[in-house]
Design a protein around this ligand. Structure first.
Ligand code: G3P
Ligand code: CA
Length: 337
C-alpha cells in the first residue's frame, strides 16, 4: 500500500502533511517524487516545473525566474527547481494541484513547505518509532537524464541520504523507481536496494529516446524484455490500464491482461499506479454518476487489481487502499457490473 505523493487525495501532494496523514491512514510506504534544487538538494515535487503545485507565480521576487525549457522533449514554461536554491524554495508554499476535483484540499494552500528528501526520511523514521510499524519510502527519480545533464545527478544524493538514515542496506523498507532504464541499471551496481522499472501505457523511456533507440514501454513488456529487466530490477511499476485494459468503446475494465502472469514468470513484482477515487480517473464500471469530480468505487477498483494478482498499489487515497486490502465491504458502496 503505497501512498502516492502522500495522502494526496486529502492534502496538497508532496508535503509533510500529506505524508503524515498517509501514515496515519495505514500506508506502508510513502512515495516522494524527487527533483533537484540548484544547490543539489533533493526535494519532493512531481515535476521540476513548480508553477502548478506551489505559490511561486504569486511571488514577485521570483518573476524573473520564469523560463521556457525543453524537458524530456517537451517544451515547458514556468519556474524550475534547478533555478532555485533550497533556501529560496523554502520560502514557497505548496498549493493543491487539482483544485476543481479536490476543493477541500485548497484550504491548506499556502500552509506547507516543499519538503526535502531528508525531511521525508526523518518523518518516516520518527513515524516508525512512534507507531511501531515499519514505514517505508518509495522514492522516484524524476527526469534523471535531464538532471544529470545539468550536473545535478539524482542518484548519488539519493543514496547518500539513505545511507545517512541507515536505509541503504538490503532489507531496508525502500524501493527506488524510475521511468528511465539507464539510471536503474547504474543504481543496481551501487545499491542492494530493490529497484522498480516504471512502465507507462504509451511512449518510451526518455533515456532510450535520447540515445536514438526505438524501444517503447510496450516493448519492455515482452517476455524476453521482462527477463532482461529482472537482471537489474525487482519489480515493475505499471500504469493500471496495462493490468486491467479498458474496453475501447465502453471504458470498462474486465479480464486482466497477461502482464501480471508474465512479470511473475520473470520473477518481477508488479505495483500499479495510480488509484484515485474521482470518477474521471476510474474505469466506467467503477464510476458513480457522471460528475467527473465525484467519487466512485475506488475500493472496488482496488479489489479488482488485487484480484488480478498485483503485489502493490499506489493510491492517492491510502485510507481506501488499506480498507480494500483489509476487505472491509462496509466501505464498498456497491461495485458496478
Ligand atoms: O511512480 C509511480 C507513479 O507515481 C508514476 O506516475 O507520474 O505520478 O509519478 P507519476
Ligand atoms: Ca511517482
Amino acid at each position: 500500500m503505497v501512498a502516492h505523493r502522500g495522502a494526496s487525495g486529502h492534502r496538497p501532494e508532496h508535503t509533510l502533511a500529506s505524508y503524515s496523514l498517509a501514515i496515519a491512514m495505514g500506508a506502508e510506504y510513502i512515495e516522494p517524487d524527487l527533483v533537484s534544487t540548484r544547490d543539489g538538494v533533493l526535494v519532493a515535487r512531481h515535476e521540476n516545473e513548480i508553477g502548478g503545485t506551489t505559490d511561486v507565480a504569486r511571488q514577485p521576487g521570483f518573476a524573473s525566474r520564469r523560463a521556457t525549457k525543453v524537458v524530456d522533449g517537451v517544451e515547458t514554461t514556468g519556474w524550475f527547481t534547478e533555478d532555485f536554491t533550497l533556501a529560496e524554495l523554502k520560502t514557497l508554499r505548496a498549493v493543491e494541484r487539482l483544485p476543481l476535483a479536490r476543493p477541500g484540499n485548497t484550504v491548506h494552500d499556502g500552509r506547507f513547505e516543499v519538503p526535502t528528501f531528508e525531511e521525508i526520511l526523518t518523518l518516516a523514521r520518527e513515524a516508525s518509532r512512534r507507531t511501531g510499524r515499519e514505514i517505508g519510502v518509495y522514492p522516484e527519480t524524476k527526469y534523471p537524464s535531464y538532471f544529470a545533464g545539468l550536473g545535478l545527478g539524482l542518484e548519488n544524493p539519493l543514496l547518500a541520504a539513505l545511507r545517512r538514515h541507515r536505509m541503504d542496506h538490503r532489507g531496508a523498507p525502500v524501493f527506488l523507481q524510475s521511468f528511465e532504464t539507464s539510471n536503474l541499471r547504474a543504481l543496481a551496481q551501487l545499491t542492494p536496494l530493490p529497484l522498480v522499472q516504471l512502465i507507462d501505457h504509451e511512449g518510451a523511456p526518455a533515456d532510450l529516446v535520447a540515445r536514438g533507440e526505438h524501444t517503447t514501454y510496450a516493448d519492455l513488456l515482452a517476455p524476453a524484455a521482462l527477463a532482461e529487466i529482472a537482471t537489474y530490477a525487482t519489480g515493475l511499476g505499471v500504469a493500471k490500464d496495462l493490468v486491467l485494459p479498458r474496453d475501447r468503446v465502453t471504458g470498462a475494465v474486465g479480464t486482466p491482461s497477461s502482464l501480471v502472469r508474465d512479470a511473475h514468470t520473470a520473477s518481477l513484482l508488479v505495483h500499479v499506479w495510480t488509484l484515485r477515487a474521482e470518477n474521471q480517473f476510474l474505469p466506467t464500471n467503477f464510476r458513480h454518476g457522471t460528475d467527473p469530480h465525484a467519487h466512485g468505487d475506488l475500493v472496488g477498483e482496488t479489489w479488482a487489481h488485487l484480484e488480478a494478482g498485483v503485489d502493490g498499489v499506489f493510491s492517492d487515497f491510502p485510507d481506501l487502499a488499506v480498507a480494500a486490502r483489509d476487505g472491509r465491504p462496509d466501505l464498498r458502496r456497491g461495485r458496478a457490473s
